[in-house]
Design a binder for this molecule. Structure first.
Ligand code: HEC
Length: 300
């Protein structure tokens, strides 16, 4: 219920880096992947050619022709052999250990290259990981990520609360008492209303606000609704398009503090005398010293 406040925003820098980094990174990754596919495809063709030449050298022209007829099949067979280093069953004899445990024999297979490659890839990955998160300072630690999330959530909460503060329960409106609200109401009155209602609320084009005679009712709810909906046919516009509900609430509360102030040049009372309902305003007197004078009736 403080004077109007804007929801805080993420610092511009953070927004920039957030979207720029994530979008840029995504685009870059896509490029890299597409590029890698193209390169791999070309490499595949080269490999196949090389393999055919190899076959030509080792097995003669006929085998070469056959390899040319089914390039892919030959290529994959070859690849499989190379990456698994499988020893054909006929040759297992060569790599058999000479020990024998109750009939269980052991082959001396070498590690399959695909497995070794994965091992090296994990080592390389560890290096990249270490550099990214611990050396370069680019990667955020879990703690930093957590803090960023908390900050975002706090901003979202503040935005939500600022919105909530705008809501006014019109049915159960009570005059605001906080000095900050009254001061904000006064500022709003000075900016928007004095032209017609006078700097002290003494009246002019519009009626006097300091007496307890009202055309449209003098409860905080009445005043709020007059401000909100206006009386367009009489020259009092509806302010709901220009002022937030919370501000109209502050204005209505401020106007009530003018009761009984009896400014010079007060406009003659208009409307009917407003008698507050007994239950409506017992504690109003605490923060608004001008209030108690109101019921006495200050209209000449
Ligand atoms: C262009 C002139 C004009 C401005 C600016 C204006 N008013 Fe009014 N206001 C009037 C007139 C005229 C009336 C009387 C309407 C009627 O006779 O029904 C009125 C009536 C009212 C009433 C009802 C008074 C009663 O006796 O019931 C309230 C409350 C009020 N205005 C508040 C405000 C506030 C708050 C603002 C500033 C946000 C404001 N007015 C700005 C012209 C204005």
């Amino acid at each position: 219920m403080l004077p109007p406040r804007r929801p805080p925003r993420l610092p511009l820098k953070a927004i920039f880096y957030d979207s720029f980094l994530s979008n840029g990174l995504l685009l870059f990754t896509a490029f890299v992947i597409v590029g890698a596919f193209i390169v791999m495809f070309r490499l595949l063709n080269v490999l196949i050619k090389m393999q055919q030449i190899q076959i030509y050298k080792e097995q003669g022209f006929e085998a070469f022709q056959e390899a040319q007829a089914r390039p892919m099949e030959n290529f994959w067979n070859n690849m499989y052999k190379r990456w698994t280093k499988v020893v054909p069953v006929e040759k297992e004899e060569d790599i058999l250990f000479d020990h024998n445990y109750d009939g269980i024999k052991e082959l001396d297979n070498s590690l399959p290259p695909w497995w070794v490659a994965m091992f090296y890839i994990t080592i390389a990955f560890a290096g990249i990981y270490l550099f990214y998160f611990h050396v370069s300072g680019v990667g955020k630690s879990s703690k930093e990520q957590y803090e960023v999330e908390v900050k975002k959530a706090e901003i979202a909460i503040a935005a939500f609360q600022a919105k909530q503060a705008d809501k006014v329960d019109e049915e159960n409106l009570v005059p605001l008492e906080k000095e900050t609200d009254i001061a904000a109401g006064k500022t709003l009155f000075t900016t928007n209303c004095v032209a017609c209602h006078g700097a002290l609320g003494e009246g002019g084009v519009g009626p006097n606000m300091t007496d307890n005679f009202w055309i449209h009712g003098g409860s905080v709810k009445n005043i709020y609704q007059t401000i909100k909906n206006g009386v367009p046919e009489k020259g009092m516009i509806a302010w709901s398009n220009q002022l937030r509900p919370a501000d109209m609430h502050r204005l209505a509360s401020y106007i009530l503090t003018l009761q009984g102030t009896n400014p010079p040049n007060g406009k003659a009372p208009e409307g009917t005398e407003f008698v507050p309902e007994a239950a409506a305003t017992p504690q109003d007197t605490t923060a608004t010293p001008a209030e108690p004078a109101a019921p006495i009736g200050s209209g000449q």
